[in-house]
Ligand binder design. Sequence first.
Ligand code: FAD
Ligand code: SIN
Length: 541
Amino acid sequence: MEPTVLVIGSGVAGLTYALKAAEFARVRLATKKEDRESNTNYAQGGIAAVMAVDDSLDLHVQDTEVAGAGLCQRDAVEQMVREGPDRVRELIAWGAEFSRDLEAPAPRLSLGREGGHSRHRIVHAKDLTGREVERTLVAAVQQHSNIEVLEHHAAVELLVESRLDARGRMRRTVLGATVLDSGSGRLRALLADATVLATGGCGHVYLHTTNPDIATGDGVAIAARAGAVIGNMEFIQFHPTTLYHPTARSFLISEAVRGDGGILRLQDGTPFMDSYHPMASLAPRDIVARAIDNELKRSGDDFVYLDVTHLDAAYVRDRFPTIYQRCLELGLDITREAIPIVPAAHYSCGGVRTDLQARTSLHRLYAVGEVACTGVHGANRLASNSLLEALVFADHAAADTQMLLEAEPPVVPPTDLSGWLAGNDPARQAAEVSPEFLAQLRLLVQTLMWTHVGIVRTNHRLRQALREVSILAGAVDSLVSTSRPSVELLELRNITQVGKLIIECALQRKESRGLHYNLDYPDRDDTRGPHSTLWSAMDAR
Ligand code: FAD
Ligand code: SIN
């Protein structure tokens, strides 16, 4: 019988992996909402890849490592940068249409520039790159007869079997996952010979985020509960430029806007980035977000400006149609007025630890995309390296899965699944927690994380946050074990547990580096050598 692979998540990572795995296995892809709903779908800037004659792999590696503040894993970065151009060409072969310079003798890819990049290397589709990537991949997946997509199926837990191996060591093997079918409100067990977490990021751990609603850190929390090693969760990237608006939800103003000459200004019009970094408005994100945070605290203002009024208006409308249109809907013509902006949580550089083949510390479990910590981003991700990382590591994960399935027998289903499916018991099904109560608890966690574990941290605030989040985590756990499972309840548990992981990793790091800035240790400490923070439930016991 053909082996089965379970993919959890339908962003760039899950879809790319699914397309490749479908060549040698039957693929089931479970996703929490509609297939398109993902962070990928909202990506604006693009995909960083060395495609220009004046660029080089060495320069892209160097830019990635400079942004990563000494913590990037060299072999992972080299793998991503080396294989990136082929993965971009593969996307184009699958039908992706990226912006081109039409006036060149043979129309070639138009390459944008973003913060921290020393060359123009951002492959993009205007300011809708993610939508184009997602459209292409979803269309290819829908045409593949070997892929079954289960929409509105949220992964709840990994099915794990623990056994002693031949050398007497405990080996934990993943046999699939339980999922909640939000249509019926019931849990299902999906068995698989290999399982892939591709659940994306965790922006909604924080009050303000660029991420869509799906980004609640599910994969990291699920893997942590199953005993997988998690790493570097303190490195949460805050995007410096999201639209400030009193009522509208956060909306990203792409870094490509600064790449094309946008200038950051105080409310009185003074440009301020020159005094923070030689690249001024084009400095890496961590520097810019901290600079804005500092200026806002100094002035007491609610926002600073990103100004493109000096650029050609027709160019701005054509290059950034989504941003232009969204701001116009909110009454702001960005070709005439500066854009009020504030930072917001954007990207998780840490996640489920993997090796170069995207293998996690649990047997038969892979992690790809934002949920993973491959070592590529170190302490801070370089702009537009995320879509790239997902494409490259999904390719490796699929190749490795094929070898695994050829080398090992199919999984043996557990004899008793009742413990995993206890949420279907009639008593639990009858005990629904009110959505309003869940929303209140969620807001509590998000506000605490925003105020105490944000861009600038202190030991005192981190410890206080840990105490409060731990109490909430205990309360949410008991709700989960006694109530009807719902996506809102499961997300609340995941948000709370990931918040706790972020704080625990932040407390482990006794220095400031990259995205982690602690006033009690304001300097980078290289005396211990660059080190990752690692967390595992096995060690925590
Ligand atoms: P996602 O694309 O987020 O997909 C995750 C999938 O998992 C979704 O389908 C979700 O529904 C599903 N899922 C989540 N939890 C569960 C669960 N429990 N069960 C089942 N399914 C689940 N990066 C760049 O490189 N370039 C950019 O220009 C760029 N711009 C960005 C702009 C915005 C506004 C945002 C938010 C991010 C941007 N990023 C960019 C980051 C990048 O988009 C993401 O890191 C990347 O798309 C992550 O891809 P992914 O496949 O790992 O996760
Ligand atoms: C952006 O367009 O600014 C987002 C780019 C990224 O997150 O890499």
